[in-house]
Design a protein around this ligand. Structure first.
Ligand code: COA
Length: 394
């Protein structure tokens, strides 16, 4: 059997408005969070791979070549170094690349840092988000993240009868979880009511303010190593059992085969389930990409947690609540923890790692042994799914 790869260090910074730190300080803070979480110390020469997930630093903080910046700030001379840009799924893509490099035998250990500092220049951050869709054919005609996902929501409501209350219930749940996570952007805000979520100001019909993830500053980092080396660093390694990635041959909404059934997500999930030998019913806890509330509802369906068209009922029945059969977005998700683009996919793996190590405090899922992360970019055109477990293969 091939040697498995494990997470041996994982940490996130406080998410929100981080005017207290510069971009490079945020980068160092994220790396320190992961390094300080380790049971035994790691030396710079043990880190042979360095991956930096960052989507728009050229626009928001006027800095390019940020992987080299990380090498400088962290004092590293890695054998493999790369900046990974895949918009909102930069973080999970960087983790998958690090996992593949270790699996190939080229390196033993890698540090993955994801970050974004969007409040440094919100106008530039919005510009960065607006050029993710196909600029030539769609963005210039009014398709933005909000209006694209609004079309998706309208179609799902029409086809499957998904309701306003069901969309808002995703937001209420994720704010409730975020209120238990001191690192979340909306931790201080606390819980919100269904009425509050339903009556918020409209952004793009039917998506209102509480259907949208916010603008966020934040960083996250993980350290991965091969199975034979885990005991050098950790007493509780978390194993990457499965990994899947898939993309549609489409940059915008107009080339999507279906707005409401995400075939690339199904392919990525299938690959992760196949490679791990784990099925949806085995998952104890999941972090999924709730950039807009409708996304989480479709993800319940296309990840195989519930049948097509029943995602709305899944949230309404409380299945994805902290006390439900499959708690989803225990961190608060993108909605309440925040969505610092490059950091998001890394932060999802941090949350699942901590859940499987029993370190999640008030939001701990009892007996969580197997977790899943799902991170997407564009109009749900690119997806990465990871399955993690606190047990090594026998
Ligand atoms: N959810 C809840 N509250 C939010 C929020 C959100 N998504 N976004 C902002 N707020 C709150 C702020 O905390 C602030 O509250 P305060 O006055 O109590 O401090 C208030 O709303 C005004 O904030 P502001 O930043 O001025 O709002 P805005 O109208 O400029 O931005 C959105 C709101 C929805 C447009 C913005 O959050 C956004 O662009 N989100 C989407 C980001 C995105 O597309 N990411 C990629 C996904 S694929």
């Amino acid at each position: 059997m091939q040697e498995e790869i494990a997470v041996v260090g994982a940490g996130v910074t406080k998410f929100g408005k981080r005017f207290d730190v510069s971009y490079r300080e945020l980068m160092a803070e994220a790396a320190s969070e992961a390094i300080n979480s380790m049971d035994r110390p790691i030396t710079p020469n043990q880190i042979q791979g360095l991956y930096v997930a960052a989507s728009i630093p050229e626009l928001t903080v006027d800095q390019a070549h940020v992987a080299n910046l990380a090498a400088q700030e962290l004092g590293l001379e890695p054998e493999i170094i790369a900046r990974v840009e895949m918009a909102c799924s930069s973080g999970s893509t960087a983790i998958r690349n690090a996992w593949a490099a270790i699996k190939s035998g080229l390196i033993d250990t890698a540090l993955v840092v994801g970050l974004e500092k969007m409040y440094a220049n919100t106008q530039a951050a919005n510009h960065g988000l607006c050029i993710v869709p196909d600029v030539t054919y769609e963005a210039t005609n009014g398709i933005t993240a909000y209006s694209g996902f609004a079309l998706i929501a309208q179609e799902h409501m029409k086809l499957y009868g998904t309701t306003r209350d069901q969309l808002s219930s995703v937001s209420v749940k994720n704010h409730s979880n975020g209120a238990k996570n001191p690192k979340a952007q909306f931790f201080e805000k606390g819980e919100i009511t269904l009425e509050e979520a339903k009556s918020a100001r409209m952004v793009s019909d039917p998506l209102n303010l509480y259907d949208c993830s916010p603008i966020t500053d934040g960083g996250a980092a993980v350290i991965l190593t091969r199975g034979s080396l885990t005991t050098k660093f950790s007493e509780q390694p978390v194993w990457i059992k499965g990994s899947g990635q898939s993309v549609e041959p489409s940059l915008g909404v107009s080339n999507m085969k279906s707005l409401t059934e995400w075939t690339a997500l199904k392919r990525a999930a299938q690959k992760a389930y196949q490679t791990s030998g784990i099925s949806p019913s085995d998952i104890d806890v999941a972090e999924v990409h709730d950039c807009f509330t409708i996304a989480e509802i479709i993800e319940y369906e296309d990840l195989g947690f519930t049948a097509k068209g029943t995602g709305g009922k899944f949230i309404e029945d409380g299945e994805s609540a902290l006390s439900g059969s499959l708690p989803v977005n225990t961190s608060g998700g993108l909605k309440a923890k925040g969505h610092p683009i490059g950091a998001t996919g890394v932060a999802q793996v941090v949350e699942i790692t901590e859940q499987l190590q029993g370190k999640s405090g008030k939001r701990q899922v009892d007996g969580a042994n197997i977790g899943l992360t799902h991170n997407l970019s564009g109009f749900a055109t690119h997806h990465v799914v990871h399955i993690l477990s606190n047990e090594e293969a026998k």
